[in-house]
Every structure is written in C-alpha cells, then in structure tokens.
Design a protein around this ligand. Structure first.
Ligand SMILES: [Zn+2]
Length: 177
C-alpha cells in the first residue's frame, strides 16, 4: 500500500506524520519524473521512521524511488525495489555503516520482515533498507561488487562472536571508516 502524503510529508501506517518529506524519497532528477513514478510504500515509511526515532538523528536519503534510467546509472539491480517505491539508501551525520546494524536488525525483525545492507566506504558507506520478504539474502554487507551475507561476513572477521557483540570500531574499520 502506498503511503499517504500530508502537507508534503509522508505518513506512517498508524497515521503519524513522518520526519520525511515525500520529496526526500525522490532525490535528484527523480523528483522531476515523480508523476510517472510509483508512490512510496507505507511499509518503507514505517521502517525509515523507526530508524529515525531509534537513532534520534536526522537521516539523509541518498537514493529513494528511481526511474529506470537513474537505476541503471547507479548500477542498481534490474528488479530493484528502488523502482517500486519500496527501498531507500541513507546515511546520517556522525554515523558509520556498522553503527546502524542494531537499529536495522530491530526495524526489520532481524531481516525477516524487510531487508537491509550496509555498504563499504568505497560503495558509498550508506545503508540500504527495503521491504522485501522473499529474497534469500536478508541482510548483507556490500564490499566491491559482492553482497556478503551479514552472518557470513561477521563469522569470517569475528569468529564465534554474535552480531550484537561485534566491536563497532573494528567493523567500521573493515568497512573503510
Ligand atoms: Zn539501495
């Protein structure tokens, strides 16, 4: 279901005005094309807002709903949820990719409802959040062109350490920060 928009702001499924203007989800030239683009999924607004509240920090959307061409330009997957209003990439001042893991685990129920990824500095150093529930890859770390399952990446660098106990400084360093 597409999110409602009130006064330019996206609205959550329980009727709260989110901290995000609709315009923020159509960054760059996508705003000019928005009338031919799908609306933003309400489930995505719910999760972005939960991130915003959990982190208590302004979130900068770096990529939201994309046109086909803008998706190709950034090397997005051809079936990307960015094309249907169900995905957003973001970062926030003072946050590095690993700093978002516990929040993203929480808002996606550990990747069971919704999917997330954190990106190496060379890949933008941002987070990806979407509303997918079907893909095998539920939560990932993107380094170079490879999507590593989060569990596998943690096990290879922090053997035997549960995800919540990973040293964030070391993890962020491995992610180029
Ligand atoms: Zn993305």
């Amino acid at each position: 279901m597409k999110a409602r928009v009130v006064g330019g702001y996206l609205v959550t499924s329980d009727g709260r005005i989110a901290h995000f203007l609709e315009k923020e989800l159509y960054v760059g030239s996508n705003w000019m094309a928005r009338l031919s683009l799908p609306g933003v999924e309400e489930e995505l607004v719910d999760r972005l807002e939960a991130c915003r509240l959990d982190a208590n920090a302004p979130i900068l959307i770096t990529s939201g709903v994309r046109t086909k061409n803008s998706n190709i330009a950034v090397g997005g997957a051809s079936n990307s949820l960015h094309l249907t209003g169900g995905a957003a990439d973001f970062h926030a001042r003072g946050f590095k990719p690993w700093d978002w893991v516990s929040t993203l685990e929480h808002v996606t129920f550990r990747g069971s409802i919704g999917r997330f990824g954190i990106y190496h500095a060379d890949q933008g150093g941002h987070c990806h959040l979407d509303i997918d529930t079907m893909s095998a890859l539920r939560r990932f770390v993107k380094i170079g062109t490879v999507y590593h399952p989060l569990e596998q990446w943690v096990e290879s660098h922090f053997p035997g350490v549960p995800i919540p106990d990973v040293d964030p400084v070391k993890a962020n360093r491995l992610l180029g920060f």
